[in-house]
Design a protein around this ligand. Sequence first.
Ligand SMILES: [Zn+2]
Length: 325
Amino acid sequence: MKVLYIAGWGRSGTTILDNILGGYDAVATAGELYYLWRRGLVQRRRCGCGKPLVDCAFWGGVLAVAYRGKPPAARQTAAVQRQSIRVRDTRRLSRGGFDAAAARYRDEVARLYAALGTVTGAELIVDSSKTPSGAAVLARCHNVEPYLLHMVRDPRAVAHSWTRATAQPDRRVPAQMRRHTTAASTATWVAWNVLVEDLARDSYSGRASRLRYEDFVANPRGTVEGLLGFAGVPATGSPFTGERTVELATNHTVSGNPGRFRTGAIELRPDDGWRSAQPRRRRLVSTALALPLLHRYGYPVQPRVPRPARAAGRRMAVTDVPAAT
Ligand SMILES: [Zn+2]
């Protein structure tokens, strides 16, 4: 069983990439599997199909196969994640430092991956949990062939996205996604990228790939097909209807960006609104904090910003939900 883990700080296009990959014949996606217990089973948030995850027949089937009718208590598993599978635990986990509870958690996750393969018949399971600690756990799962996709996006664009109010439709009551300040988003961007780079080198040697959001949206179809080749699965049953248009079917993803509920025809286009809408001071804060990594990922210290006369028109085109995030 092959599992492709998508890692990286949020608002980098991981959800839409995950949903597109899930459209291919040989691939099935779980969404952000890390949140199955807390958000899906305890908080009873919605599956990608729109039903509360606890009422979704797909997940009912996966859990039955994984745990043979005796699923571990979701609250307990969520508690283990909070205690031992945090971002700060990533390095310890990648070195094999699992205590008894963390080892049980790792085995629970491995059984879930296997059950996802059995139920869907897919060759490749995608887990877009993003958090580096989840990638460290996957690398240590038995009977799994792990792959890592490190996704990065210009930290100024990411920070701008996190400062905006975004509706989160996966709860029963109206809610908004959590917001982060520019400084907090960029500091986390740096910390997570460093951790994922370490994992790619130490735990996923030869099975890790890095993808920039900007390169993905510039060439969506070619990028996705390249990724399938990297994981060694065929690109049959492509959801692409053009170079940058996809037809997405209903999915059963656990958690993720609200974009996971979108089905039907979707056109992928770069979300460049931040270039004109982000206040200059915030852009400078993000640039200063991310400076050590900007060059590494090919992002200019001074991003291209439209002239003010054009900026006014562009600002009106900014949408609430990024096109490809
Ligand atoms: Zn579902």
